[in-house]
Write a protein of this length. Structure first.
Length: 359
């Protein structure tokens, strides 16, 4: 038996309890977790913004060590360090065939499976496929990638979501070029990764926007050259910091209607607005037809940073080893399993960067 954080029902508080894991079957891997990041998507699962079958063990950003493999698994072996991939691509659907693996139609089919049980026999689902809020987990083989050499295993957990998403939003979705101005809305884990990615891309100026003035130090350490406290005049302030034109690229990492609208308004005429944040259906954003014509901006969504983890993980590892990407700078709190609810509260209050559950 292992300890895990269980979501018993949507809207209910997490319960820390022991669960019973099976041995890995064909095409499965059992992993002892080293660390798991607390992501806003986990919060979105608890409140019903995103839905998965419950009861479930949440957590989708993790790293650990392989304990055992089932028949047919050859790319990892017991003792190997691995990074969990919560959105594995099937390689067969339309999107996979055209190279858009981040939109794989089969990526989340595993969430409906029963992967473990409570001590009284109740079935448990694996949150977003990998159930990383537990001391150990059993996942499909395509949900694990070899951990890159030279990257601390605990911090490698961040590569599984926050860094892939933030880096990919800048490099793959927005395609930021050297010398372009970038505004990043939201300086949480993904936003801080996006700021680092903008710095790596050679962008400038790089404007961080957040509701909390306390985030300024974190944002500047990540690469922001300017910091704006979010208000009704945010777009005007961003334009003033970018030569009066607005940012070439705005990256929204919050998922709220007013923030998406502010990012759009802060983007220059002909610029690019990329929305990374996941909002609920009630978050309605409106535009009128004349402004769409006049500003000629591009508004795009971004799933998992438009990344292919197998392709992008080695690239990120190179940046880490070269000192260009600082994973430790994204982590503001190292906590135990029972610290996850407090991490959610801090997230709602706009405090800190990434909380990391360390096992």
């Amino acid at each position: 038996m292992v300890r895990a954080a269980i979501l018993p029902a949507v809207g209910a508080p997490l319960e820390i309890a022991e669960i019973v894991l099976p041995e890995p079957g064909p095409g499965q891997v059992r992993v002892r977790l080293a660390a798991a990041g607390v992501c806003h998507s986990d919060l979105s699962l608890t409140n019903g913004t995103m839905r998965v079958p419950v009861p479930a063990v949440l957590g989708h950003e993790g790293s650990g060590t392989v304990l055992a493999v089932g028949p047919g698994v050859t790319h990892v072996a017991p003792g190997d360090g691995v990074v969990l991939n919560w959105a594995p691509s099937c390689g067969r659907c339309h999107h996979c065939r055209i190279g858009e693996v981040w939109l794989c139609a089969e990526a989340l089919t595993g969430v409906g499976a029963v992967y473990a049980h409570t001590t009284d026999g109740a079935a448990l689902h694996p949150g977003l496929n990998v159930a990383a809020f537990a001391e150990e987990t059993v996942v499909a083989a395509n949900c694990v990638l070899p951990a890159p050499a030279g990257v601390p295993l605990e911090e490698a957990a961040l590569l599984g979501c926050a860094v892939l998403t933030g880096y990919g939003a800048v490099h793959h979705s927005a395609r930021v070029r050297a010398g372009e101005s970038v505004a990043v809305f939201g300086a949480g884990g993904v936003g801080l990764a996006a700021l680092q990615a903008a710095r790596i891309a050679g962008a400038g100026p790089i404007v961080a926007v957040d509701v909390s003035p306390a985030k300024e130090e974190l944002a500047r350490a990540a690469g922001a050259t300017e910091f704006v406290v979010a208000s009704a005049t945010t777009a005007k302030e961003v334009r003033a910091l970018t030569g009066g034109q607005g940012a070439d690229v705005a990256v929204e990492c919050v998922g709220r209607a007013e923030t998406i609208r502010a990012a759009w308004d802060a983007t220059r005429r002909g610029g690019r607005t990329t929305v990374v944040g996941i909002g609920g259906k009630e978050q309605q954003v409106t535009f009128h037809a004349l402004e769409i014509f006049h500003f000629a901006r591009t508004l795009s969504g971004c799933v998992y940073g438009n990344c292919d983890p197998a392709r992008d993980l080695p690239v990120l590892a190179d940046h880490v080893r070269a000192g260009r990407l600082d994973l430790g700078a994204l982590v503001t709190d190292r906590i135990a399993l029972d610290g996850i609810p407090a991490a959610f509260e801090a997230m709602l209050a706009g405090k800190g960067g990434r909380s990391l559950v360390v096992f």
